[in-house]
Write a protein that binds this ligand. Structure first.
Ligand SMILES: CC(=O)N[C@H]1[C@@H](OP(=O)(O)OP(=O)(O)OC[C@H]2O[C@@H](n3ccc(=O)[nH]c3=O)[C@H](O)[C@@H]2O)O[C@H](CO)[C@@H](O)[C@@H]1O
Length: 374
């Protein structure tokens, strides 16, 4: 059997694609998977590393205003539809899956024109524009949050609540493995700070005060992932603040980590943006969290994601506009100092986790593929 999977732009669209692909391969035993993404997207880095075949089309996102660039974009989109039709005709998949990001648009549309079964996976409470448009054309929509269903107004019957897929390593990684990978001290509480797959400037800036406070602390250690673009600035600011990172021993700064499952396994508290996949991962592991939703995410969807966790007592939320060093430090200390609070949040977090989501999505995809085996 052959399957095409498309999704890209950010980790939040790419990791679900990888996870679904691996689950399908595992369930079928012998499935050829082809990924379609863009040359410039993060997928061009991640997918080949995961060992899957990868082809690209030329497509980019529309600006949310009238512009000459948008006219060029529409022309590119038409040509990307032709490119997608050609790739699909030559690969002859039994089913095509989209996990979000504008690259999915032409790919899933082309599959639907060619009458190949299609599934899209929507990670967020408020669906992205590409998936909303595609909803009319595809066969099934696998949603990460039950709350997303009402937004697919004319496609309700296609919606299946599966949860968001998480990499199996997120569940299988052990605390001691995580501690060993990052050189963490098993006797200290671990704070994991991640601003999504791109990093978050406001979190990075607020963290400076947190680092000053905890530098050399005998009970707390911090693993802070800054994002590629911010890394050098943040390391410089920390060192300018008088913290010698090589000697404190309890602060680790990374631009990006490829072994996030191990980092999660070692974490006692997470400071996160509210990207849907990151949230699926922390809830699957039952990690209490302080969430700072990215305020410019389309239709403020990260805040809606975060509120689902907050409502269940699994996280507390700080608005990005109100974030500063002392507020963040206060929230962290408040949780680390009251162990019962932290534990209760962890239990609530775990209740929201759906560690079997990838299996549910893979079964859904395969159930459609069987109609049309070639
Ligand atoms: C700015 C924006 O619009 N972001 C969106 C993007 O988020 P974004 O890609 O930032 O976020 P997610 O939290 O959903 O997913 C990030 C993924 O990257 C992984 N990771 C991250 C950092 C790192 O160093 N290593 C690593 O492996 C995480 O473990 C996770 O699997 O897609 C998500 C899913 O549609 C949306 O909810 C987010 O709102």
């Amino acid at each position: 059997m052959r399957v095409i999977i498309s999704g890209g732009g950010t980790g939040g669209h790419i990791y679900p694609a990888v996870t679904i692909a691996k689950e399908i391969v595992k369930m079928t035993g012998s499935c050829q998977v082809l990924f379609i993404g863009t040359k410039g997207g993060l997928e061009a880095d991640i997918i080949p590393k995961e060992g899957f075949s990868f082809q690209t089309i030329e497509v980019r996102g529309l600006e949310r205003r009238l512009s000459f660039r948008n006219v060029q974009t529409i022309i590119k989109t038409v040509s990307s539809l032709w490119q997608s039709l050609a790739i699909i005709r030559s690969f002859r998949p039994s089913v095509v899956v989209g996990t979000g990001g504008y690259v999915c648009g032409p790919v899933l549309l082309a599959a639907s024109i060619l009458k190949i079964p299609t599934v899209i996976q929507e990670q967020n409470v408020i669906p992205g524009i590409t998936n909303r448009i595609l909803a009319r054309f595809v066969d099934r929509i696998a949603v990460g949050y039950q709350e997303a269903a009402i937004h697919f107004k004319y496609a309700q019957r296609k919606v299946v609540f599966t949860g968001n897929p998480i990499r199996p390593e997120v569940m299988s990684a052990t605390r001691s493995e995580g501690q060993a990978v990052f050189g963490l001290d098993p006797d200290k509480l671990t704070l994991l700070v991640v601003g999504g797959s791109q990093g978050a400037r406001s979190i990075n800036t607020a963290m400076l005060q947190v680092h000053k406070h905890f530098a050399n602390n005998p009970h707390v250690q911090i693993l802070h992932v800054t994002g590629q673009n911010e890394y050098n600035n943040i390391v410089n600011s920390i060192e300018q603040a008088g913290i010698d990172l090589s000697s404190t021993g309890n602060i680790i700064i990374k631009p990006y980590i490829y072994n996030m499952p191990q980092a999660l396994a070692a974490a006692d508290l997470a400071v996160f943006r509210a990207g849907a996949v990151g949230l699926a991962e922390i809830t699957a592991r039952g990690i209490p969290a302080i969430l700072i939703p990215y305020p410019y995410a389309s239709e403020n969807h990260q805040e809606y994601n975060a509120r689902v966790l907050e409502k269940q007592g699994a996280a507390i939320t700080i608005n990005d506009s109100e974030l500063d060093g002392s507020k963040l430090l206060g929230a962290i200390e408040n949780l680390l100092n009251v162990r019962e609070k932290l534990d209760r949040m962890g239990v609530n977090s775990k209740k929201l986790g759906r560690s079997q989501a990838a299996q549910a999505i893979a079964r859904l995809v395969l159930s459609l593929a069987t109609y049309n085996r070639q």
